[in-house]
Design a protein around this ligand. Structure first.
Ligand code: NAD
Ligand code: DAU
Length: 341
């Protein structure tokens, strides 16, 4: 199987590539990524030179570049993860979110449909398309779409675009909607890596509002295996929720981080809440368990401990992200190489 993974220089895409290359020894991957501020090839440095992995620097909203990539690298399936992914940035300015998450998804769908040989398109969506839950209940695949942030609205539009290509053109499209991921190599603007790295530097941990918002945490490798299961076993036109079954308030997560690092609670700072902040997410993943034979494997207590230790042991990785130095990496690795073919 030959795959095109978009957004492979990001947190989940890089994990997915690592899982695929390890667990499917005959498969090859083309990683198409624009290397926005969130894309970091240092995250894939251990795979450099692997003959089963190719990298193409391109924007998913650039139809010509995507078509050229698919022509140069024919594939059997496309996994679309490339996205603007941070809710807070979408509140400041949603334009890049609409361009990448909506129009970029449309471009990827059209290019995959036109490419001979592409048999399946997996759209990586999010549980945020469902909006927010009250104290009880779970998101099911038939829960109405009700996105609350500009990020969530853009992801819902991409998700529905994928559905529409399946319905209108008979494309084989499968959609996954996952809950909050944690693990190594997450960009330190998201809750867990931000709080771990701030605490390591004895900087304040900015908890939005009362900190009692609830997220359902899943280890990133479990999400990657869920995407793989959707690719291999999902039914065309279907949506699969993926979740960790680990509901925690943000204050609980903050407490876990502080206790893993043996840092004091005095680092906690309650700050002004995120506008429109969703109160609770929680996933019903019965359908994925039943139809895909998938279930999360990583125990939360050990997963979060390992994750905190990973950031402790990989300080140069996140220091280079926080300082911006990681952006020089592409230039040093690829800047002077001549294009071939
Ligand atoms: P990320 O921000 O870490 O990575 C996004 C990647 O996409 C980066 O490498 C970036 O360079 C690339 N990218 C952005 N715009 C691009 C464009 N126009 N063309 C090509 N590449 C572009 O994001 P992530 O957390 O790894 O999320 C990956 C996907 O999973 C996203 O679609 C996101 O919506 C979805 N998702 C994330 C979570 C989560 O908890 N992080 C949960 C559910 C779903
Ligand atoms: O649910 C899936 C979604 O999870 C994905 O689709 C998104 O791409 C991903 O970023 C994530 O969105 P969240 O908004 O839930 O993640 P974030 O890490 O930004 O925030 C998690 C919670 O922590 C949320 O309730 C806001 C809160 N928070 C976040 C930050 C960055 C804080 O209290 N303080 C902070 O500084």
């Amino acid at each position: 199987m030959r795959l095109l993974v978009t957004g492979g220089a990001g947190f989940i895409g890089s994990t997915l590539i690592r899982v695929i290359l390890k667990e499917r020894p005959d498969w090859s991957v083309v990683n198409l990524d624009a290397l926005t501020y969130a894309g970091n090839l240092e995250t894939l440095a251990d795979l450099e030179g692997n003959p089963r992995l190719a990298f193409v620097k391109a924007d998913i909203a650039d139809a010509q570049a995507v078509a050229a990539c698919l022509k140069a690298h024919p594939v059997d399936a496309v996994l679309n993860l490339a996205a603007e992914s941070h809710v807070d940035r979408s509140i400041l300015d949603a334009s890049a979110f609409v361009r990448t998450n909506v129009d970029g998804t449309r471009v990827m769908l059209a290019a995959a449909m036109a490419a001979p040989g592409v048999r399946r398109f997996v759209q990586i969506s999010t549980d945020e398309v469902y909006g927010s839950l009250g104290k009880t209940g779970l998101f099911r695949e038939d829960t109405p779409i009700a996105p609350n942030s500009p990020y969530a609205a853009s992801k819902a539009s991409g998700d529905l675009m994928a559905r529409a290509f399946g319905h209108t053109f008979g494309m084989d499209v499968v959609i996954t909607r996952c809950s909050n991921n944690y693990g190594p190599y997450q960009f330190p603007e998201k809750l867990i890596p931000l709080f771990v790295t701030n605490a390591m530097e004895d900087k304040p941990l900015p908890v939005y509002g009362d900190g009692l918002q609830v997220r359902d945490w899943i280890h990133v490798e479990d999400h990657a295996r869920g995407i793989l299961a959707a690719l291999e076993k999902g039914k065309a036109g279907e949506v699969y929720n993926l979740g960790g079954g680990n509901e925690r308030t943000n204050l609980e997560i903050t407490g876990l981080v502080l206790s893993e690092l043996k840092k004091p609670a005095t680092l906690i700072r309650h700050v002004q809440d995120r506008p429109g902040h969703d109160r609770r997410y929680a996933i019903d993943d019965t359908k994925a368990r039943r139809e895909l034979g998938w279930a999360p494997r990583v125990d939360f207590a050990s997963g979060i401990g390992d994750t905190v230790r990973w950031y402790v042991q990989n300080r140069p990785w996140w220091e280079r992200v926080k300082s911006g130095a990681y952006r020089d990496y592409y230039e040093s690795q690829y800047g002077k190489r001549k294009a071939i073919g």
